[in-house]
Design a protein around this ligand. Structure first.
Ligand code: AHG
Ligand code: MN
Ligand code: MN
Length: 334
């Protein structure tokens, strides 16, 4: 693939990747391009949110009982509108919608399903801190017609693509189709995502740990021992970084190395993050980038879901730190 940083846009990259699969029909390419289109629209609103009346609460709440922000609802609408007419998918699912989202009967159905967190890090919208969008794509397993919940109850191992958008100092689109991880930065002057991070790999060990230490009193003893261990590693001085937007914390650690943890605790044994549209998509990315993602004992991608919105503890990042946590969690280290 003849790639040149900065002048290879996402469309060209997707096309060249598609050419590697003679049987490819281009359905997949169109899905990713439409998600990127929605990301541009959301990015535009995020970047002027303070000016137009799109900050603040939407006077509604989602299936988790969490107050929805106006941008949560807006981003959700844009993702659905970008995908529902393509004829390439048979259903969608979203953090912001209780049940499976059907494709309107006037549009043809396709062989994929898409699940997404349309806006991640909502609590940070009004204080101008980086937020994101997270998505994952499966091939349907239901035979034909409208998709159904069963199409989403697949382990992350079955994902055909996943990725995220980070709306930060720049807007980036980072994705994998199982052939490595590549990052594209939006050039607003031309409205194109341009290749900026080719074949992203995460360091085997990092120097950052990210966890909300306000939950310390609810942690299992093994979590406390892991954090204590990390703080006292002689060979390396770790630093604590926690933004409160999963995409932003994940992206920084992907590039610099380190570990993000949202473990379960005495109050929420399964933690806060959702398997289908937060943990799985990022676990696919991190494995492709040479890292690891577990729920404590098991690989995130091996978990078979039974609910669209089920939660899971998430420990994700550089192999050294994640495997060190796993040794504490499974009792190998005391
Ligand atoms: P969302 O805005 O999609 O609900 O996600 C918020 C999540 C995630 O982005 C972040 O890592 C986590 O909430 C932060 O939770 P705490 O504030 O409990 O640390
Ligand atoms: Mn989220
Ligand atoms: Mn969200």
């Amino acid at each position: 693939m003849s790639l040149r940083r900065g002048v290879t846009n996402l469309s060209r990259f997707l096309l060249e990747e598609q050419r590697l699969f003679p049987e490819a029909t281009g359905d997949f390419t169109l899905i990713l391009e439409q998600i990127a289109f929605a990301a541009k629209i959301i990015s535009r609103e995020v970047n002027k949110a303070g000016i137009v009346n799109i900050l603040g609460k939407a006077d509604s709440s989602n299936v988790h009982g969490e107050e929805q922000q106006k941008l949560d609802v807006y981003a959700n609408e844009k993702m659905i509108q970008a995908l529902d007419h393509t004829g390439k998918i048979c259903a969608m699912a979203s953090e912001e919608v209780d049940d499976v989202i059907d494709i309107p009967s006037k549009y043809p159905k396709g062989k994929y399903v898409v699940v997404f967190d349309p806006l991640d890090g909502s609590s940070n919208i009004d204080v101008n801190i980086s937020i994101g969008t997270i998505f994952a794509v499966y091939k349907r397993i239901s035979p034909e017609g409208s998709g159904c919940k069963k199409d989403f109850m697949q382990p992350g191992r079955n994902l055909v693509a996943s990725g995220y958008v980070i709306y930060g100092s720049s807007t980036m689109f980072v994705y994998t189709t199982g052939r490595g991880v590549n990052g594209f930065t939006l050039d607003p002057s031309v409205g194109e995502f341009l290749l900026s991070h080719y074949n992203m790999k995460t360091p085997n060990e990092g120097g950052i740990y990210s966890i909300n230490e306000a939950n310390y009193h609810k942690w299992d003893e093994r979590i406390k021992k892991f954090v204590e261990h990390i703080k006292n590693i002689k060979e390396r001085q770790y630093t604590s970084r926690y933004i409160g937007s999963l995409v932003a914390d994940f992206h920084r650690n992907l590039l610099k190395g380190g570990v993000f943890l949202y473990p379960g605790d005495t109050k929420n044994p399964r933690g806060k993050l959702r398997l289908l549209y937060e943990a799985n998509p990022l676990a696919f990315i991190i494995e492709q980038a040479g890292g690891k993602a577990i729920d404590g004992e098991n690989n995130i991608l091996d978990i078979v879901p039974d609910n669209l919105h089920q939660k899971t503890p998430l420990i994700i990042g550089s192999k050294f730190e994640v495997e060190l946590f796993q040794k504490y969690w499974t009792g190998e280290l005391k």
